[in-house]
Design a protein around this ligand. Sequence first.
Ligand code: HEC
Length: 135
Amino acid sequence: MTYKFIRTAVFSVVFLSGLQNVQAEATGKLAEKIQPASNNITLTKEVLEKKYNLIAGKKSYSSAGCAMCHDNAVMGAPRPGDTKSWISRLNNGWDQIVKHSLTDYNGMPAKGGNNTLSEIDIENIDAYLISLVVS
Ligand code: HEC
C-alpha cells in the first residue's frame, strides 16, 4: 500500500515536471510567433527606417511645435538624442510611446497640442526621435 503510494507519487512528479517542460517550450514558441504580428515593433534604426518616414518626421518635429518643448526639456520633455531621458520610455515599447503622443500625457497635450497632425505624422516624428537614441 505504502509502496504503491510512493510509486504513484514519484511517477506523478516525474510525469508532471516533464509535462511542465513541454508546456514551457510550447509557450516560448508561441511567444516567438506572436511577436512579429504584434504592433509592438523592435526599436532598431533599421526597423524604424523601413517602416516610417524619418525625414518627414524630422521636418514635422521642427515645424509642428514639438521642438518648442522637447529641445528645451520643458516640464521634463525628453530631448532629442538624449539617451538617458529616453531609455525607460523605450523599455515601455513603441505602442505605449505612440499612445502617449496621441493622448494627454502629463505635461504634454495630445499630439503636442497640434491637431493638424495625423496619426502617421505622429508616428513618423516618434520614429525619428527614437532613431536618434537606438542603434
Ligand atoms: C507643451 C510641451 C510639449 C510639446 C509641444 C510636445 N511635447 Fe512631447 N512631451 C512633453 C513632456 C513634458 C513629456 C514628458 C512627459 C512625462 O514623461 O511626464 C513629453 C513626452 C513625449 C514623448 C515620450 C512619450 C513616452 O512614452 O514617454 C514623446 C514620444 C513625445 N513627447 C512626442 C512629442 C511630439 C511628436 C510632439 C509634437 C507633435 C510633442 N511631443 C510636443 C511636452 C511636450
